[in-house]
Design a protein around this ligand. Structure first.
Ligand code: SF4
Ligand code: SF4
Length: 360
């Protein structure tokens, strides 16, 4: 049954700690915490550790849905009996930004649309997603990807900052149940809350910091048309092939596997782990054929998959504009800059022109 948001409540900020405590009593609580000068999603011991006003986490919450390393199954070499059992726990992931909720919606399409992955399905069923509003920094471009706001498809509660309170929208029966269990912490919405909620949308839209948000209109065609562009070659000359960009991406899902035998060779575990299309040997196949032997073709492949492959396969862009790949790239390569250069917009010239204009 499709569920549409019909109701909302108000959570006073003064009740946030009690709300988090309540969530922790219901299930394993995962939320953003500060680590050095960055943020990570982590299991919560003390609710005072939860960082509500974070920019972005190094890794997306995807790591609690599709672990970076996991055992797929094991088998006995004597009997050839397979053990495909897996353990899944209940979990609440609190504080997910809108872009990451959209990222999870893309993972849902990948893992659940055709040939559903039973483990992912079970994890998703037992996971509650609680989103929170955020403000963009200099890497965010979710306004271009259409993911700046939650669309009501795959989350349970969403908290929007409206000053002294959070405006809490209820997105599913699971969200409803939580509000019911912790009802003493909530207030009914008043007209002013609805006004502040609407105002928060325009506030966020005006807060984007990039000089030129990428224009993603007809991006699939543009990338196909620019197949031979120098932009790929130039980007690849700076790229180190380290795979950081794909490892931090909320929508990347490529993995590889290896069979690990016990010392006596009687039992074998199949271990799956995340890999990257940016690694040199990613596209090497049996027989020695190498699909992407040069860095430029691997560099281009990431953009192709995000902006041509995903729309073709799941009718959505494979990028949610979170900015992680640009923020974490050790070579300083920016996805926005690459797209703008394909469009014929030079970021450096644009920056210089903007600085000159503001110093006049
Ligand atoms: S993070 Fe940067 S340097 Fe590393 S593979 Fe990606 S684009 Fe290349
Ligand atoms: S490609 Fe980059 S900006 Fe887009 S979703 Fe992945 S990490 Fe975020």
């Amino acid at each position: 049954m499709d569920f549409h948001i019909e109701r909302a409540k108000v959570l006073p900020k003064s009740n946030l700690a009690k709300f988090l405590e309540g969530l922790k009593n219901l299930s394993t609580l995962i939320a953003p915490v500060k680590k050095g000068d960055k943020f990570i999603f982590s299991e919560i011991e003390k609710v005072s550790d939860v960082a509500v006003n974070y920019t972005r986490t190094i890794l997306p919450p995807k790591k609690f849905l599709v672990p970076y390393r996991r055992e797929r199954f094991s088998y006995s070499t004597d009997t050839l009996q397979f053990n495909k059992e897996f353990k899944v726990r209940d979990q609440i992931i609190f504080g997910v930004h809108s872009c990451d909720l959209h990222g999870i919606s893309i993972l849902d399409s990948v893992y659940l649309k055709e040939n559903p992955d039973p483990r992912y399905l079970e994890i998703r069923k037992r996971t509650v997603l609680i989103g929170i509003s955020c403000m963009p920094d200099e890497f965010c471009f979710c306004l271009s990807t259409g993911t700046a706001f939650p669309d009501g498809a795959n989350w349970d509660l969403f908290l929007t900052d409206i000053g002294a309170d959070y405006f809490v929208t209820i997105g599913s029966p699971k969200g409803d149940e939580i509000v019911l269990k912790l009802r003493k912490l909530f207030k009914d919405i008043e007209k002013k809350d609805l006004y502040l909620y609407k105002e928060s949308t325009s506030k966020k839209k005006k807060a984007f910091k990039l000089e030129k948000l990428p224009d993603l209109e007809r991006i699939s065609q543009l990338i196909e048309l620019e197949y031979d562009s120098e932009v790929w070659k130039e980007g690849s000359e700076r790229c180190l092939g380290c795979g950081t960009c794909t490892n931090v991406c909320p929508t990347c899902f490529c993995y590889t596997s290896v069979d690990v035998p016990t010392l006596d060779g009687k039992k074998v575990k199949r271990i799956e782990f995340t890999t990257s299309c940016q690694y040199p040997y990613y596209s090497l196949v049996a027989g020695g054929h190498y699909f992407k032997p040069d860095r430029a073709s691997r560099f281009k492949h990431r953009y192709y998959h995000k902006f041509v492959g995903y729309p073709y396969q799941i009718e959505k862009l494979g990028c949610v504009g979170c900015g992680r790949c640009s923020a974490e790239c050790p070579a300083g390569i920016s996805i926005v800059e690459t797209i703008n250069r394909l469009r014929g917009i030079d970021e450096k010239e644009l920056r210089e022109a903007t600085e000159q204009a503001s110093s006049r």
